[in-house]
Design a protein around this ligand. Structure first.
Ligand code: ADP
Ligand code: MG
Length: 766
C-alpha cells in the first residue's frame, strides 16, 4: 500500500469528520479523532505509519519513546471492527512485556477504545480465575504472553466440562517488545505441574553429599554449555561410590543426578545465576537480570542447588504440560509485533514466524552520541573507568543510567559509589515492584540509576524528571548518559540499552565498556582471534590496538550467529513434541466438551461394557468414559514429557556413535508416542473394571491432581548443545547399545531397523 497516500486520506477523513464506514482509512480516522478527544494528543504520521504496518501483519521497528502503545490501538480497533463477523474473528490480544505494562497500557488506552465502542480488558498474574473467563471475551485484551500461555495450559488440566476459559480459536496477537518475547525468551517453556502420585526421585541431598568425593580431575566443565562431564577417572570413582554402571541404561538416572550435583556445585553461582531468599532458590533471569520467582532449574538441578544450600528439597510433583513461548505465540493465526530493535533480528522474524519487518524512522532526528567500544585489560581496569565516567557525570549533576550484567555487578558498583559518598538507586530483584517508578525518574537532575540488563523496559525516561521540571538543566549538561558495563551476547541488546537515552530527539549519550575477561570474550576466544594483537601482560587504562578492538566487536557477531544456529537446531528437536502436543490437547478438549465420543469400551471391552449398561444409565456412562479418557490423556502426556526429558539428558551420546541426534530424538519420541497410545485401550478397560465396582457412577473418582501450579523453566535445549567428550568410552556405548538390541529390556518388540539408537540404548519405558 502507498502509505503516504493512505495517511493523507486518513487525516482528511478525520478533518471532514465523514468517517462512519468500516474501511481501513475510516476506522483509522475515527480512531484518530477518538485519541484527540480522549487523550488530548494528536497522533503523529509516524504512528499512523507504524499502525498501518501492524495492520499489515508486520514487525514494526520504532524507537523507544516514539509512542508505540498508541499505534497498537489503531491496529486493534481495525481488526475488531473489520473481523467482527467471524466467530472470535475480531479478538485481539496485545501481548505486553510484563504485568505492569499490561495494566498500564490497558488503562491508559481504555478511553480511546470506549470511544470507539470496542470492549477492552486486562489480565495480570493477580487476576482471579473466576474473572478471567469474562475478560477473554473482551474484543481487545492486554496480557503477557506468559499469562496467556499459562491459561492455555491450565485448560489442558481442567477436568470439568465447561470449566475451560481460554478462547478456543485465537485470532490476532500484537506483540509489544517483540524481540524480547519472540527471540530472547522464545525458548523458555511455560510449565504446568500438578501434585499427583509422584514417582520416587531418589534423595538428592544424599547424592549431593556423596558426590563431594569427586574432585579435581574427576570432571570437566564445558565452558560454552556450562555442562559438567565426568572424566574416565571420575566415572570409575562414581561407579564405585554408587555401585552401578552409570553408562548402562538403568544407570542413566544416576549419571544425570551426579552431573546435576556437580553443576550445582561447580557452575551455578549464588547471586549470579540464582539468589537465596527466605529459604528458597530464586533464579535470576539472564536477560532481565531479575529474580524470576516460580522459575526453577530443569530436571534434578533445582533439587541439587537446594541441597547445596542445605534447604528443604521442594517436591514439585509432575509436569503435566508445557509449551515454549515461541510455540504458544504461533497458535495465533495472525501475528504482528513492535519493538525498538527489530532490524537486527529481521531474518529470524521471517524464518521463525514468517513476518516481515518494517522500519519506521524516528519523528525527530536522533541526536544521541553513541561512543565506540571502550575496551580494558580486565574487570578491575574496566570498573575504574566506569566509576570515573559516573563521577564525571555526578559532578555536573548529569543523570546516569548504568546497565549492568548481573545483580552482583550492580551491587558492587553501588558499593563503590556509596564509599565515595555518591547515592544511587539500584534496580534488581529486591525492589521489583518499584522498578517502573524508579526508572521513570532516571532522567532527573543528578540521578544515578544502576539497573540490570533490561529492567524497566517499556517505561519512558523523561529528561528532567517525570514532569520534565528540570528539563532545560538536564539538556544543558548533555541529557541522559547510558553506560553499558559489558559486551552483550547480541548487538540488539546493546542497542536496546543505548536507546534508553536520546528519546524523541533528546540529547543523550551512550558509552559501552568491555574487558578481555568478559565472559563473552573468553567464550569466543578473543585471544585466538586477535593473535599477536592480544596483550601478553597487564595494561593500564583503555586499550587502543585497532585490530584488537575490531576483533572484540566481531566477538558479538560470532555470538549472534551461534545463538541463531542454536535456535534453529533446537527447533529441530522441539517440532516433534509440538506435533504431539497439538494432537493430544485437541483430542482432550473435544472429549471434554463432548464433541468427540469415546468408544474404547464399546470396541475393546464390549462384553463388560454391556454388563455395565445394565447397571448404569447409558448417557452417564458415556460422559464418564469421555472424562476418564481425558484424564488418561493427562497421565499419558505426563509420561511422555518424563520420557522426553530423560531422553534429552543423554541425546548427545548419539554423536559419539556418529548418528544425527535430532533425527534419533525424533524417532524415539515418535515411537514412544505411538507405543504409549497403543496401551490406552487396555488401560481404559482397567478403568471400566474399577467403574463397575461402584454402586453408582457418582462414587467414581477420577485420577486428578490435588493442586496444580505453573512456572517457567529457565532454559531448554542445554542438553542439545552438549558435546560428547567421553570419546574414550565410545566402545562401551556401542556394546551397551548392541547388548540392548539383542536382548531388549522391554516387551520384546524389536523390529530391526525401526528403532533408533535411543530405543536401543534406553529401551522403552513401561
Ligand atoms: P514506546 O512504547 O514507543 O517506547 P510509549 O507508547 O510508551 O512509547 O510513549 C512514550 C511517550 O510518548 C508517552 O509519554 C506518551 O504519552 C507520549 N506520546 C505518544 N504519542 C504521542 C503523541 N502523538 N503526542 C504527544 N505525546 C505522545
Ligand atoms: Mg512501549
Amino acid at each position: 500500500m502507498d502509505k503516504k497516500n493512505t495517511i493523507a486520506k486518513i487525516k482528511s477523513f478525520a478533518q471532514s469528520g465523514k468517517c462512519s464506514g468500516n474501511s481501513l482509512e475510516e476506522v483509522f480516522a475515527r480512531c484518530y479523532l477518538a485519541v484527540q478527544e480522549t487523550l488530548g494528543i494528536t497522533p503523529f504520521d509516524e504512528q499512523l505509519s507504524a499502525a498501518l504496518s501492524l495492520s499489515n501483519g508486520r514487525m514494526v521497528q520504532m524507537q523507544t519513546g516514539e509512542g508505540k502503545t498508541l499505534c497498537a490501538v489503531f491496529a486493534a480497533c481495525y481488526e475488531v471492527i473489520s473481523g467482527g463477523a467471524a466467530p472470535n474473528g475480531g479478538i485481539v490480544h496485545i501481548l505486553t512485556f510484563n504485568d505492569y505494562l499490561a495494566d498500564r497500557d490497558c488503562n491508559w488506552m481504555r478511553p480511546v477504545y470506549e470511544e470507539m465502542g470496542v470492549t477492552v480488558g486486562c489480565i495480570t498474574g493477580d487476576t482471579p480465575r473466576e474473572e478471567r473467563g469474562a475478560l477473554y471475551k473482551k474484543q481487545v485484551l492486554y496480557i503477557t504472553a506468559k499469562e496467556a500461555g499459562f491459561d492455555y495450559l491450565r485448560d489442558f488440566v481442567c477436568y470439568r466440562a465447561g470449566g475451560t476459559i481460554f478462547p478456543e480459536k485465537l485470532n490476532l496477537a500484537i506483540v509489544d517488545e517483540a524481540d524480547s518475547i519472540l527471540i530472547d525468551e522464545a525458548r523458555i517453556p511455560l510449565v504446568i505441574a500438578g501434585d499427583v502420585a509422584v514417582k520416587e526421585s531418589g534423595d538428592i541431598a544424599e547424592f549431593y553429599y556423596r558426590v563431594s568425593a569427586l574432585g579435581k580431575g574427576d570432571f570437566e566443565v564445558d565452558k560454552e554449555t556450562r555442562n559438567v562431564y565426568l572424566t574416565d577417572n571420575g566415572a570409575d570413582k562414581a561407579e564405585e561410590i554408587f555401585g552401578c554402571n552409570i553408562y548402562a541404561a538403568d544407570g542413566a538416572e544416576v549419571l544425570a543426578k551426579i552431573c546435576a550435583c556437580l553443576k550445582a556445585r561447580e557452575v551455578l553461582a549464588e547471586n549470579k545465576d540464582y539468589i537465596v531468599s527466605d529459604g528458597n532458590i530464586l533464579l535470576v533471569d539472564e536477560f532481565t537480570g531479575r529474580a524470576a520467582p516460580g522459575r526453577v532449574f530443569p530436571g534434578d538441578l533445582q533439587a541439587a542447588v537446594e541441597a547445596k544450600h542445605d534447604l528443604r528439597i521442594t517436591s514439585r510433583g509432575r509436569i503435566m504440560g508445557n509449551i515454549a513461548l515461541q510455540y504458544f505465540v504461533r497458535l495465533y493465526p495472525k501475528l504482528a509485533g513492535m519493538t525498538g530493535t527489530a532490524e537486527e533480528a529481521r531474518e529470524e522474524f521471517e524464518k521463525f514466524y514468517g513476518i516481515l519487518t518494517d522500519v519506521i524512522p524516528t519523528r525527530l532526528p536522533c541526536t544521541r552520541i553513541d561512543r565506540p567500544l571502550e575496551l580494558y585489560y580486565d574487570k578491575t581496569e574496566k570498573r575504574k573507568a566506569i566509576l570515573e565516567a559516573i563521577i564525571e557525570a555526578v559532578k555536573i549533576q548529569r543523570p546516569v543510567l548504568v546497565g549492568s550484567e548481573s545483580i552482583e555487578e550492580s551491587e558492587r558498583i553501588a558499593e563503590d559509589l556509596w564509599r565515595l559518598g555518591i547515592g544511587c538507586k539500584v534496580l534488581n530483584a529486591k525492589n521489583n515492584a518499584e522498578e517502573a517508578a524508579i526508572i521513570a525518574r532516571a532522567g532527573e537532575r543528578g540521578a544515578v540509576t544502576i539497573s540490570t540488563n533490561m529492567a524497566g523496559r517499556g517505561v519512558d525516561i523523561k529528561l528532567g524528571g517525570v514532569d520534565c521540571a528540570d528539563k532545560a538543566f538536564v539538556v544543558g549538561v548533555g541529557g541522559l548518559l547510558v553506560l553499558a558495563t559489558s559486551m552483550r551476547e547480541s548487538s540488539r541488546i546493546t542497542k536496546q540499552l543505548r536507546g534508553r537515552a536520546g528519546r524523541q530527539g533528546d540529547v543523550g549519550e551512550s558509552r559501552f565498556f568491555a574487558s578481555l575477561d568478559d565472559v563473552i570474550m573468553q567464550k569466543h576466544e578473543l585471544r585466538k582471534l586477535a593473535g599477536r594483537h592480544y596483550p601478553t601482560s597487564k595494561i593500564e587504562g583503555r586499550l587502543t590496538d585497532k585490530t584488537l578492538l575490531k576483533e572484540a566487536e566481531r566477538v558479538q557477531r560470532i555470538s549472534e550467529g551461534d545463538t541463531f544456529d542454536e535456535r534453529v537446531n533446537l527447533m529441530k528437536y522441539t517440532m516433534i513434541g509440538e506435533k504431539h502436543r497439538e494432537t493430544t490437547f485437541a483430542r482432550r478438549s473435544s472429549l471434554l466438551d463432548g464433541s468427540y465420543k469415546a468408544e474404547m469400551w464399546q470396541k475393546n471391552a464390549n462384553e463388560m461394557y454391556r454388563v455395565a449398561l445394565g447397571m448404569f444409565p447409558e448417557q452417564e456412562l458415556q460422559s464418564l468414559q469421555n472424562h476418564i479418557l481425558a484424564a488418561l490423556l493427562n497421565e499419558f502426556w505426563s509420561d511422555y514429557l518424563d520420557y522426553t526429558t530423560y531422553l534429552r539428558e543423554g541425546i548427545h551420546l548419539t554423536q559419539v556413535a556418529g548418528r544425527n541426534p535430532a533425527e534419533e530424538y525424533n524417532i524415539a519420541c515418535e515411537e514412544y508416542y505411538e507405543n504409549a497410545a497403543e496401551s490406552i485401550p487396555d488401560r481404559m478397560t482397567d478403568k471400566l473394571r474399577d467403574v463397575m465396582e461402584c454402586d453408582n457412577l457418582g462414587e467414581y473418582r477420577l485420577d486428578m491432581p490435588t493442586r496444580t501450579y505453573t512456572y517457567l523453566l529457565n532454559d531448554m535445549g542445554e542438553e542439545f548443545k552438549a558435546k560428547p567428550i567421553l570419546m574414550g568410552m565410545f566402545d562401551d556405548y556401542e556394546t551397551e547399545a548392541e547388548k540392548l538390541s539383542d536382548n531388549p529390556v522391554d516387551n520384546g518388540d524389536n523390529e530391526a531397523g525401526k528403532k533408533g539408537f535411543f530405543g536401543k540404548l534406553f529401551g522403552k519405558k513401561k
